[in-house]
Design a protein around this ligand. Structure first.
Ligand code: URP
Ligand code: ZN
Ligand code: ZN
Ligand code: ZN
Length: 483
């Protein structure tokens, strides 16, 4: 059984050309002209692109006294509906819990996935057990470790723990990730705001100004540099953080920054909305920023100083958000976006001329596939690659509405926005999973993608670190010690 995607324009991170794509056994078997197959998908007028990879999701995650509402079933359906064919979710041990124990929990949940997935492992506390288990985690194909510099008293780790974990990552050929916000300052500002009676969702944004993000990003970059390891900064929301990343990259440091589609397209005025629910539904960390910060993020994508667009999909229902009525620090942090990432980025990026179609593919798929060391199995339209493909029709449009979404929550932060550029077909390892909005995906079809450690950047960095390591000076004349 073979499938041919016919008459479209193949768009990859570096090329754009007209060709048919033949798929067999879940992989791309042939790319060329006039290809034949048992099943033909008409891609005329469409772009045939690598399916999106969302490197940052939280599905069914225990967090702030509840669980995020989308699980691996609804979450991966939402992903596919919007053209995303792989998600990387965070296995999150509670402080004191072993990494392998947490991994078992995520293995159990993910059996429902409709598309392929992988995991990052979070380091939420530090001990000899964590140090030891990191090796086993890497052996199981999980080569990225996330560190929270915020959420004091819960998930936050301190600088000594960061440095220890980053050095361990360097030894194992793994990549550390950071949620970069100064958790000590956030805690102080939150207490001060609450004491002054400032308890609404807008205070969440006041408690996390861009400086807390800029400071933490710079600190993490310097700690990673001293540990001799690359660094991936998640949810970069502001110029202060972007500036630190830009400066580091210019100095030759291996640092990647990940803005979210929410920060690119929604701004801080959302928190001033008179309706409590409206504002609380948009509470996430870091919070939405002003237009100047958004311009900085868009510029970073065009200039290459920012590498990947993610969602940080961590969806909570309105009822869950209401845990924080009267105390903004209790509003579960997180927003959705899995279904909307590609259409929103195409509309507001390619549609406005801020991004080329090739840059769109790079920041939604290819760059992260390279960083995660799974390119070209993922993130490519090449013979032998997994047939994770989105056939994007640039003329199809819709108005985003919670009424028609796959996500399990009762609202959408992009509600009412028009997107132009939607999938005609989405294929997950060759399986047609979406046709013009109609789902034909299958629960359990998604497979875990194991990732090899020690990618090229890790290797280069450890060679350099070894070459420049401190060396004792062997001396001939050693004076006698003083009397
Ligand atoms: O507010 C957010 N971002 N919630 C999800 C957890 C995290 O910090 O990434
Ligand atoms: Zn985070
Ligand atoms: Zn997150
Ligand atoms: Zn299902």
């Amino acid at each position: 059984m073979s499938t041919v995607i016919k008459g479209g324009t193949v768009v990859t991170a570096d090329l754009s050309y007209e060709a048919d794509v033949r798929i067999e056994g879940g992989r791309i078997a042939e790319i060329g002209q006039n290809l034949k197959g048992d099943e033909v998908l008409d891609a005329s007028g469409c772009y045939v692109m690598p399916g999106g990879i969302d490197p940052h999701t939280h599905l069914e995650m225990p967090f702030m006294g509840t669980y995020s509402a989308d699980d691996f079933d609804s979450g991966t359906r939402a992903a596919l509906a919007g053209g995303t064919t792989m998600v990387v979710d965070f296995a999150l041990p509670s402080p004191g819990q072993g990494l392998l124990d947490a991994l078992q929990m995520w293995d159990n949940k993910s059996t429902r996935a409709h598309c392929d997935y992988s995991f990052h492992m979070a380091v939420t506390w530090w001990s000899e057990q964590v140090f030891n288990e990191m090796k086993e985690v890497v052996d199981r194909g999980i080569t990225t470790f996330k560190h929270f510099m915020a959420y004091k008293g819960a998930l936050m780790v301190n600088d000594d723990e960061l440095f220890a974990s980053f050095q361990r990552c360097a030894e194992l050929g793994a990549i550390p990730l950071v949620h970069a916000e100064n958790g000590d300052v956030v805690a102080e500002l939150s207490a001060k705001l609450l004491a002054a009676g400032n308890n609404g969702p807008e205070a969440h944004a006041y408690s996390r100004p861009p400086q807390v993000e800029g400071e933490a990003t710079n600190r993490a970059i310097m700690i990673a540099d001293m540990a001799g390891v690359p660094l991936y900064v998640v949810h970069v929301s502001c110029e202060e953080s972007h500036e630190a990343i830009r400066r580091a990259r210019q100095a030759g440091k291996r640092v990647w920054g990940e803005p979210l589609i929410q920060h690119l397209t929604l701004d801080e005025s959302e928190y001033a909305h008179p309706d409590w629910d409206h504002a609380a539904r948009r509470v996430m960390s870091p919070p939405f920023r002003n237009k100047a910060h958004q311009d900085s993020l868009w510029a970073g994508l065009a200039a290459g100083s920012l590498s990947c667009v993610a969602t940080d999909h961590c969806a909570f229902t309105t009822d869950q958000k209401r845990y924080g009525v009267g105390d903004f620090t209790k509003i579960p942090n997180g927003t959705g976006g899995l279904e909307d990432r590609l259409p929103m980025l195409w509309t507001q990026g390619v549609g406005t001329g801020r991004l080329t179609p090739q840059e769109f593919v790079a920041v939604t798929s290819t760059n992260i596939a390279k960083i995660l060391n799974i390119y070209p199995r993922k993130g490519a339209i090449l013979v032998g690659a997994d047939a994770d493909i989105v056939v994007l029709d640039p003329t199809r449009e819709k108005v985003i509405s919670a009424k028609t979404q796959q996500s399990a929550i009762d609202y959408n932060v992009f509600e009412g926005m028009t997107v132009k550029g939607l999938p005609r077909f989405v294929l997950s390892r060759g399986k047609v999973s979406v046709t013009e909005g109609a789902m034909s995906s299958e629960e359990g079809h998604g497979q875990f993608v194991a990732r090899p450690p020690a990618g090229a950047v890790n290797k280069a960095l450890s060679s350099w670190k070894e070459l420049t390591a401190p060396r004792k000076v062997e001396r001939t004349g050693i004076p006698a010690s003083g009397v």
